[in-house]
Write a protein that binds this ligand. Sequence first.
Ligand code: IMP
Ligand code: MG
Length: 333
Amino acid sequence: MPSTVVVGGFFGDEGKGKVIAYLALKDKPSIAVRGGVGPNAGHTFTIDGRTYKVRMLPSAVAYRGCRLMIGAGVLIDPDVLLNEVREFGVLDKVVVDHQAGIIEKRHKEMDRAGEHSRMIGTTGSGSGPANADRASRMLRLAKDVDSLARLTGDVSQLVNDALDKGEHVLIEGTQGTFLSLYHGTYPFVTSKDVTASAICSDVGIGPKRVDDVLVVFKAYVTRVGSGMLEGELDREEARRRGWLEVATVTGRERRAAPFNMRLAKRAVMLNSATQIAVTKLDVLFPDCKHARAYEQLSNEAKRFIESIEDELNLKVTLIGTGEDVYDIIDRRK
Ligand code: IMP
Ligand code: MG
Protein backbone atom coordinates (compact mmCIF):
# COMPACT_ATOMS: atom_id res chain seq x y z
CA MET A 1 0.00 0.00 0.00
CA PRO A 2 1.45 3.40 -0.94
CA SER A 3 0.42 5.19 2.25
CA THR A 4 -0.50 3.81 5.64
CA VAL A 5 -1.34 5.90 8.68
CA VAL A 6 -0.99 4.21 12.06
CA VAL A 7 -2.87 5.60 15.07
CA GLY A 8 -3.68 4.57 18.62
CA GLY A 9 -7.21 3.40 19.35
CA PHE A 10 -7.35 3.94 23.12
CA PHE A 11 -5.33 6.30 25.38
CA GLY A 12 -1.86 5.95 23.85
CA ASP A 13 0.70 3.27 24.71
CA GLU A 14 -1.07 0.69 22.57
CA GLY A 15 2.27 -0.46 21.19
CA LYS A 16 2.38 1.69 18.05
CA GLY A 17 6.18 1.92 18.24
CA LYS A 18 6.64 -1.82 17.88
CA VAL A 19 4.00 -2.09 15.13
CA ILE A 20 5.58 0.76 13.16
CA ALA A 21 9.11 -0.62 13.59
CA TYR A 22 7.84 -3.96 12.24
CA LEU A 23 5.99 -2.37 9.30
CA ALA A 24 9.08 -0.34 8.38
CA LEU A 25 11.38 -3.38 8.43
CA LYS A 26 8.88 -5.48 6.52
CA ASP A 27 7.43 -3.02 3.97
CA LYS A 28 10.56 -0.87 3.44
CA PRO A 29 8.90 2.53 2.93
CA SER A 30 10.91 5.29 1.28
CA ILE A 31 9.71 7.78 3.91
CA ALA A 32 8.48 7.36 7.48
CA VAL A 33 6.94 10.53 8.84
CA ARG A 34 5.70 11.36 12.26
CA GLY A 35 2.60 13.39 13.09
CA GLY A 36 1.03 13.87 16.52
CA VAL A 37 1.75 16.21 19.38
CA GLY A 38 5.47 15.98 20.12
CA PRO A 39 7.90 14.68 22.76
CA ASN A 40 5.07 13.85 25.18
CA ALA A 41 4.86 10.52 23.34
CA GLY A 42 7.34 7.73 23.92
CA HIS A 43 7.51 4.87 21.43
CA THR A 44 9.39 1.67 22.26
CA PHE A 45 10.65 -1.23 20.16
CA THR A 46 12.92 -4.18 20.84
CA ILE A 47 15.24 -5.84 18.34
CA ASP A 48 17.59 -8.72 19.23
CA GLY A 49 17.03 -8.20 22.94
CA ARG A 50 17.85 -4.48 22.83
CA THR A 51 15.12 -1.98 23.64
CA TYR A 52 15.05 1.45 22.01
CA LYS A 53 12.88 4.41 22.95
CA VAL A 54 12.10 7.41 20.78
CA ARG A 55 10.21 10.56 21.68
CA MET A 56 10.83 12.58 18.52
CA LEU A 57 12.07 10.35 15.68
CA PRO A 58 9.67 8.02 13.87
CA SER A 59 9.86 4.47 15.26
CA ALA A 60 10.71 3.43 11.71
CA VAL A 61 14.29 4.38 12.70
CA ALA A 62 14.45 0.62 13.38
CA TYR A 63 14.79 0.27 9.59
CA ARG A 64 17.91 1.85 8.12
CA GLY A 65 16.65 2.31 4.57
CA CYS A 66 14.15 5.16 4.77
CA ARG A 67 14.15 8.89 5.30
CA LEU A 68 12.77 9.91 8.69
CA MET A 69 10.60 13.00 8.79
CA ILE A 70 8.64 15.06 11.28
CA GLY A 71 5.61 17.01 10.06
CA ALA A 72 4.78 20.69 10.45
CA GLY A 73 2.06 19.99 13.00
CA VAL A 74 4.48 18.39 15.47
CA LEU A 75 6.26 20.12 18.36
CA ILE A 76 10.04 19.72 18.56
CA ASP A 77 12.12 19.67 21.71
CA PRO A 78 15.51 20.37 20.07
CA ASP A 79 17.55 18.74 22.86
CA VAL A 80 15.50 15.54 22.75
CA LEU A 81 15.59 15.41 18.94
CA LEU A 82 19.32 16.12 18.61
CA ASN A 83 20.13 13.45 21.22
CA GLU A 84 18.10 10.89 19.31
CA VAL A 85 19.67 11.88 15.98
CA ARG A 86 23.10 11.35 17.59
CA GLU A 87 22.13 8.10 19.33
CA PHE A 88 20.83 6.50 16.13
CA GLY A 89 23.38 8.16 13.82
CA VAL A 90 20.73 9.37 11.36
CA LEU A 91 21.77 12.98 10.70
CA ASP A 92 21.72 12.40 6.93
CA LYS A 93 18.24 10.82 7.01
CA VAL A 94 16.19 13.24 9.10
CA VAL A 95 14.03 16.08 7.78
CA VAL A 96 12.03 18.28 10.17
CA ASP A 97 9.45 20.52 8.55
CA HIS A 98 10.59 24.13 8.89
CA GLN A 99 7.17 25.00 10.25
CA ALA A 100 7.29 22.48 13.13
CA GLY A 101 6.82 24.24 16.50
CA ILE A 102 9.56 24.62 19.08
CA ILE A 103 9.22 23.80 22.77
CA GLU A 104 11.22 26.23 24.92
CA LYS A 105 12.43 25.79 28.48
CA ARG A 106 9.65 28.01 29.78
CA HIS A 107 6.99 25.75 28.25
CA LYS A 108 8.39 22.81 30.21
CA GLU A 109 8.52 24.87 33.38
CA MET A 110 4.91 25.97 32.93
CA ASP A 111 3.81 22.40 32.20
CA ARG A 112 5.53 21.09 35.33
CA ALA A 113 4.56 23.87 37.74
CA GLY A 114 1.04 24.70 36.56
CA GLU A 115 -1.86 23.61 38.74
CA HIS A 116 -4.11 22.91 35.77
CA SER A 117 -1.42 20.72 34.12
CA ARG A 118 -1.15 18.78 37.36
CA MET A 119 -4.92 18.31 37.52
CA ILE A 120 -4.88 16.85 33.99
CA GLY A 121 -1.77 14.83 34.78
CA THR A 122 0.22 16.00 31.74
CA THR A 123 3.60 14.56 30.81
CA GLY A 124 5.39 17.82 31.74
CA SER A 125 7.05 17.86 28.31
CA GLY A 126 5.93 21.44 27.59
CA SER A 127 3.63 20.33 24.79
CA GLY A 128 0.41 21.90 26.10
CA PRO A 129 1.90 25.37 26.80
CA ALA A 130 3.76 25.32 23.45
CA ASN A 131 0.58 24.49 21.53
CA ALA A 132 -1.19 27.27 23.46
CA ASP A 133 1.52 29.67 22.23
CA ARG A 134 1.13 28.28 18.76
CA ALA A 135 -2.60 28.98 18.78
CA SER A 136 -1.71 32.52 19.91
CA ARG A 137 0.78 32.73 17.03
CA MET A 138 3.66 33.40 19.37
CA LEU A 139 5.54 30.10 19.09
CA ARG A 140 8.95 29.92 17.43
CA LEU A 141 9.25 27.48 14.54
CA ALA A 142 12.01 25.06 13.55
CA LYS A 143 13.26 27.42 10.84
CA ASP A 144 14.11 29.98 13.57
CA VAL A 145 16.43 27.61 15.46
CA ASP A 146 20.13 27.49 14.42
CA SER A 147 20.82 24.07 15.94
CA LEU A 148 18.18 22.55 13.64
CA ALA A 149 19.39 24.23 10.42
CA ARG A 150 20.88 21.01 8.99
CA LEU A 151 17.67 19.09 9.62
CA THR A 152 14.91 21.33 8.30
CA GLY A 153 13.11 21.02 4.97
CA ASP A 154 9.71 20.98 3.27
CA VAL A 155 8.22 17.74 4.61
CA SER A 156 4.76 18.07 3.08
CA GLN A 157 6.30 18.61 -0.37
CA LEU A 158 8.66 15.64 0.04
CA VAL A 159 5.86 13.35 1.24
CA ASN A 160 3.48 14.37 -1.56
CA ASP A 161 6.26 14.01 -4.17
CA ALA A 162 7.00 10.49 -2.91
CA LEU A 163 3.31 9.56 -3.14
CA ASP A 164 3.15 11.01 -6.68
CA LYS A 165 5.94 8.61 -7.62
CA GLY A 166 4.03 5.68 -6.12
CA GLU A 167 6.50 5.24 -3.27
CA HIS A 168 5.41 3.76 0.05
CA VAL A 169 5.06 6.25 2.92
CA LEU A 170 4.48 5.17 6.51
CA ILE A 171 2.75 7.80 8.64
CA GLU A 172 3.10 7.48 12.39
CA GLY A 173 0.53 8.90 14.77
CA THR A 174 1.13 9.41 18.47
CA GLN A 175 -1.04 9.31 21.62
CA GLY A 176 -4.44 7.67 21.20
CA THR A 177 -7.93 8.48 19.96
CA PHE A 178 -9.41 9.23 23.40
CA LEU A 179 -6.60 11.66 24.23
CA SER A 180 -7.77 13.80 21.29
CA LEU A 181 -8.50 17.40 22.20
CA TYR A 182 -11.70 17.17 20.14
CA HIS A 183 -12.88 13.57 20.44
CA GLY A 184 -11.35 12.45 23.74
CA THR A 185 -12.30 12.64 27.40
CA TYR A 186 -11.98 16.43 27.68
CA PRO A 187 -10.44 18.08 29.69
CA PHE A 188 -8.26 15.02 30.41
CA VAL A 189 -6.76 15.02 26.94
CA THR A 190 -3.69 16.20 25.07
CA SER A 191 -3.35 19.58 23.36
CA LYS A 192 -4.34 18.58 19.80
CA ASP A 193 -6.55 16.27 17.84
CA VAL A 194 -4.69 12.98 17.31
CA THR A 195 -7.10 10.99 15.14
CA ALA A 196 -6.00 9.83 11.67
CA SER A 197 -7.25 13.00 9.94
CA ALA A 198 -5.21 15.18 12.28
CA ILE A 199 -2.10 13.06 11.79
CA CYS A 200 -2.45 13.50 8.02
CA SER A 201 -2.88 17.23 8.47
CA ASP A 202 0.25 17.28 10.65
CA VAL A 203 2.34 15.90 7.81
CA GLY A 204 0.58 17.85 5.07
CA ILE A 205 -1.40 15.27 3.12
CA GLY A 206 -5.11 15.41 2.35
CA PRO A 207 -7.62 12.66 3.19
CA LYS A 208 -7.65 11.27 -0.37
CA ARG A 209 -3.97 10.38 -0.17
CA VAL A 210 -4.38 7.73 2.50
CA ASP A 211 -4.73 4.11 1.42
CA ASP A 212 -4.82 2.39 4.79
CA VAL A 213 -5.68 3.47 8.32
CA LEU A 214 -4.32 0.99 10.84
CA VAL A 215 -5.77 1.47 14.31
CA VAL A 216 -3.73 -0.14 17.08
CA PHE A 217 -5.39 -1.54 20.19
CA LYS A 218 -3.67 -3.24 23.08
CA ALA A 219 -5.32 -6.44 24.37
CA TYR A 220 -6.23 -4.44 27.49
CA VAL A 221 -6.54 -0.70 28.07
CA THR A 222 -4.06 1.47 29.94
CA ARG A 223 -4.05 5.14 30.74
CA VAL A 224 -1.60 7.51 32.43
CA GLY A 225 -2.69 10.76 34.00
CA SER A 226 -6.22 11.65 35.07
CA GLY A 227 -9.59 11.03 33.45
CA MET A 228 -12.16 8.27 33.35
CA LEU A 229 -11.14 4.68 32.72
CA GLU A 230 -14.11 2.34 32.50
CA GLY A 231 -13.62 -0.93 34.40
CA GLU A 232 -10.37 0.27 36.00
CA LEU A 233 -8.67 -2.44 38.05
CA ASP A 234 -7.07 -1.71 41.38
CA ARG A 235 -3.29 -1.68 41.34
CA GLU A 236 -2.89 -5.12 42.92
CA GLU A 237 -5.23 -6.77 40.43
CA ALA A 238 -3.48 -5.03 37.53
CA ARG A 239 -0.14 -6.30 38.86
CA ARG A 240 -1.53 -9.83 39.31
CA ARG A 241 -2.65 -9.90 35.67
CA GLY A 242 0.67 -8.48 34.44
CA TRP A 243 -1.03 -5.33 33.18
CA LEU A 244 0.82 -2.86 35.41
CA GLU A 245 3.08 -0.92 33.05
CA VAL A 246 5.43 2.02 33.55
CA ALA A 247 5.17 5.03 31.21
CA THR A 248 8.06 5.62 28.78
CA VAL A 249 8.29 9.40 29.12
CA THR A 250 7.33 10.06 32.74
CA GLY A 251 8.08 6.80 34.56
CA ARG A 252 4.57 6.88 36.04
CA GLU A 253 2.59 3.69 36.57
CA ARG A 254 -0.17 3.21 34.05
CA ARG A 255 -3.73 2.55 35.15
CA ALA A 256 -5.27 -0.56 33.59
CA ALA A 257 -8.67 -1.94 32.54
CA PRO A 258 -9.98 -4.75 30.32
CA PHE A 259 -10.35 -4.34 26.53
CA ASN A 260 -13.18 -1.91 25.87
CA MET A 261 -15.25 -2.85 22.82
CA ARG A 262 -17.41 0.28 23.01
CA LEU A 263 -14.36 2.55 22.80
CA ALA A 264 -12.83 0.35 20.12
CA LYS A 265 -15.94 0.73 17.95
CA ARG A 266 -15.86 4.45 18.38
CA ALA A 267 -12.15 4.59 17.52
CA VAL A 268 -12.83 2.64 14.32
CA MET A 269 -15.46 5.22 13.41
CA LEU A 270 -13.45 8.32 14.32
CA ASN A 271 -10.39 7.17 12.37
CA SER A 272 -12.09 5.42 9.39
CA ALA A 273 -10.02 2.35 10.23
CA THR A 274 -9.38 -0.12 7.42
CA GLN A 275 -7.33 -2.55 9.52
CA ILE A 276 -6.79 -3.39 13.17
CA ALA A 277 -3.66 -4.35 15.08
CA VAL A 278 -3.96 -5.96 18.51
CA THR A 279 -0.79 -5.88 20.61
CA LYS A 280 0.31 -7.77 23.72
CA LEU A 281 -1.97 -10.73 23.13
CA ASP A 282 0.64 -12.79 25.02
CA VAL A 283 -0.06 -10.82 28.19
CA LEU A 284 -3.67 -12.04 28.09
CA PHE A 285 -2.81 -15.51 26.81
CA PRO A 286 0.74 -16.47 27.88
CA ASP A 287 0.65 -19.64 25.76
CA CYS A 288 0.69 -17.36 22.69
CA LYS A 289 4.07 -15.85 23.49
CA HIS A 290 6.33 -15.53 20.42
CA ALA A 291 3.66 -17.04 18.11
CA ARG A 292 4.28 -15.95 14.52
CA ALA A 293 1.42 -17.78 12.79
CA TYR A 294 -2.30 -17.57 13.55
CA GLU A 295 -2.53 -21.37 13.76
CA GLN A 296 -0.17 -21.29 16.75
CA LEU A 297 -2.73 -19.41 18.86
CA SER A 298 -4.85 -21.23 21.44
CA ASN A 299 -8.58 -21.49 20.78
CA GLU A 300 -9.22 -19.03 23.58
CA ALA A 301 -6.89 -16.46 22.02
CA LYS A 302 -8.42 -16.99 18.59
CA ARG A 303 -11.87 -16.45 20.08
CA PHE A 304 -10.70 -13.13 21.56
CA ILE A 305 -9.39 -11.96 18.16
CA GLU A 306 -12.52 -13.19 16.37
CA SER A 307 -14.81 -11.39 18.81
CA ILE A 308 -12.97 -8.14 17.98
CA GLU A 309 -13.30 -8.80 14.25
CA ASP A 310 -17.01 -9.60 14.59
CA GLU A 311 -17.79 -6.52 16.68
CA LEU A 312 -15.67 -4.09 14.66
CA ASN A 313 -16.38 -5.62 11.28
CA LEU A 314 -12.72 -5.37 10.31
CA LYS A 315 -9.84 -7.77 10.03
CA VAL A 316 -7.22 -7.92 12.76
CA THR A 317 -4.25 -7.96 10.41
CA LEU A 318 -1.41 -7.72 12.93
CA ILE A 319 -1.20 -9.43 16.31
CA GLY A 320 1.60 -8.72 18.78
CA THR A 321 2.81 -11.76 20.74
CA GLY A 322 5.96 -10.56 22.48
CA GLU A 323 8.44 -7.71 22.87
CA ASP A 324 10.57 -8.37 19.81
CA VAL A 325 9.53 -6.53 16.63
CA TYR A 326 9.24 -9.90 14.90
CA ASP A 327 7.00 -11.36 17.63
CA ILE A 328 4.02 -10.59 15.45
CA ILE A 329 1.44 -12.46 13.40
CA ASP A 330 1.08 -10.73 10.04
CA ARG A 331 -2.24 -11.63 8.38
CA ARG A 332 -2.12 -8.98 5.65
CA LYS A 333 -2.47 -10.38 2.15
P1 IMP B 1 0.12 16.27 27.67
O1 IMP B 1 -0.07 15.73 26.29
O2 IMP B 1 1.54 16.12 28.17
O3 IMP B 1 -0.42 17.64 27.82
O4 IMP B 1 -0.75 15.34 28.65
C1 IMP B 1 -2.16 15.30 28.57
C2 IMP B 1 -2.68 13.88 28.85
O5 IMP B 1 -2.31 13.04 27.77
C3 IMP B 1 -2.11 13.22 30.10
O6 IMP B 1 -3.10 12.36 30.63
C4 IMP B 1 -0.95 12.40 29.56
O7 IMP B 1 -0.64 11.32 30.40
C5 IMP B 1 -1.54 11.94 28.25
N1 IMP B 1 -0.54 11.62 27.23
C6 IMP B 1 0.11 12.47 26.40
N2 IMP B 1 0.92 11.80 25.56
C7 IMP B 1 0.76 10.50 25.83
C8 IMP B 1 1.31 9.31 25.27
O8 IMP B 1 2.10 9.30 24.32
N3 IMP B 1 0.92 8.13 25.85
C9 IMP B 1 0.03 8.09 26.86
N4 IMP B 1 -0.51 9.18 27.42
C10 IMP B 1 -0.16 10.38 26.91
MG1 MG C 1 3.92 5.62 24.83
